[in-house]
Design a protein around this ligand. Structure first.
Ligand code: CTP
Ligand code: MG
Length: 372
């Protein structure tokens, strides 16, 4: 009897807020999606990823050959259905990319229960909080007995025929078992895992890192950069092109915000600085973009076993005004750092100094990193 696995990875990760799909967030040495694939690979004969529209090729390249990629839908249920259409196994496991740290042992126990004759099997853990049912007007309607409540997880396992039937009406639910229940089917509950938590927010990512054995030996670093305005140069700042502004001189694109961030990260990780890693003696970096240098910096610190907790950067100068494009800049800078928590601010210096006199732009950054 063969086993297929569907990984629902088509969500946008709104609550995480990285500006790109949550499945591509870095957790330790790989993305959430790669963790999910690694969980299922030892058990499944076929793996199908339901990917966000527009990310299919990138995801195919990331997970390599032998994994099918389909385009997801507008809801999780629709994403699962799109993968179900090409499912070949007798059994099917449906897993959330967001539950990156579920173990192969859990997937194995789900399959074992299916082979034992169950047609729907889900992992669950006891709820810790008292749970209340509330009315629309904000008052408590009832308090169910906590002993009868569980929080459910993925992977959830089904006979493929039962799951196809449950999805036939194209209904939506937040998990697949609910569709089986709605059709009157029996759903077996087995013991889940604390580490199969759903990564929804930045805080969850830190919890997940703790499961991977990352301790809290944090290190900080600071970085400063400044460039004088240069006639005829385009302005690149905080990963963005600023069309109507005067650019700055420099070996690279002169993005002082990205450069200060690189310096802060390299300082925190004791890997030197921008000059020693990408300086004028490295012609391959001439004209490199700030985003490219951030990506290269991330590679270097990842190789050295470090991970970013957060990076802040403050731009110092009279122009340009950052505010209107802050969200756009943060998204690009964060993406260059694998989804790291980035914040961006700006200040003037009351007409004093190089930047206040309007001679150039500066930036100061600080980074917090940690090691496994
Ligand atoms: N998912 C999906 N297709 C959708 C919506 C969600 O495949 N249209 C997937 C997500 O990628 C995730 C899982 O379903 O792996 C659980 O969803 P959730 O944790 O809510 O992820 P997101 O929807 O991406 O996050 P948010 O709700 O914060 O936007
Ligand atoms: Mg969602």
């Amino acid at each position: 009897m063969s086993v297929s696995a569907i990984i629902a990875a088509a969500g946008s990760g709104e609550r995480f807020g990285a500006g790109f799909p949550k499945a591509l967030i870095q957790l330790g040495d790989r993305t959430l999606l790669e963790h999910a694939v690694a969980c299922l690979a030892p058990i499944a004969d076929q793996i199908i990823i339901s990917a966000p529209a527009g990310f299919e090729a990138q995801i195919s390249e990331l997970v390599g050959e032998g994994v099918d990629v389909v385009t997801g839908g507008a809801t999780r249920s629709a994403s699962v259905r799109n993968a179900l259409a090409i499912t070949t196994g007798d059994y099917v496991l449906v897993h959330d990319a967001a539950r990156a740290l579920a173990t192969s042992d859990l997937a194995q126990r789900i399959v074992a229960a299916l082979k034992n004759g169950e047609s729907a099997v889900i992992p669950a853990i006891a709820v810790i909080d008292t749970v209340k049912v509330i009315n629309a007007d904000g008052y408590v309607a009832s308090t169910p007995d906590r002993r009868s409540l569980v929080s459910v997880q993925t992977p959830q396992g089904f006979t493929t025929s039962a799951l196809r039937q449950a999805h036939a009406a194209h209904a939506d639910a937040t998990d697949d078992a609910a569709l089986i229940e709605n059709g009157g089917g029996r759903v077996k509950v087995i013991e889940g895992e604390a580490r199969a938590l759903k990564i929804t927010t930045q805080a969850d990512l830190h919890t997940a890192l703790a499961f991977l054995g990352f301790n809290s030996t944090y290190r900080t670093g600071v970085g400063i950069d400044a460039h004088a305005f240069g006639i005829g140069r385009a302005l690149w700042l905080a990963g963005l092109h600023w069309p109507d502004e005067i650019g700055v001189d420099g070996h690279s694109d002169g993005d002082v915000a990205a450069h200060a961030m690189c310096d802060a990260i390299l300082a925190a990780t004791q890997l030197g600085d921008l000059g020693s890693n990408f300086g004028v003696d490295r012609p391959e970096y001439a004209g490199a973009s700030g985003v490219q240098l951030l990506e290269e910096t991330l590679l270097k610190i990842t190789e050295a076993g470090y991970f970013i907790s957060n990076v802040t950067v403050q731009v110092i100068g009279n122009r340009p005004k950052i505010g209107k494009r802050r969200a756009e800049a943060v998204s690009i800078l964060s993406q260059a750092l694998g989804g790291a928590d980035v914040s961006l601010s700006a200040t003037t210096t009351d007409g004093m100094g190089l930047t206040g006199e309007g001679k150039g732009i500066g930036a100061i950054a600080s980074a917090l990193v940690f090691k496994q």
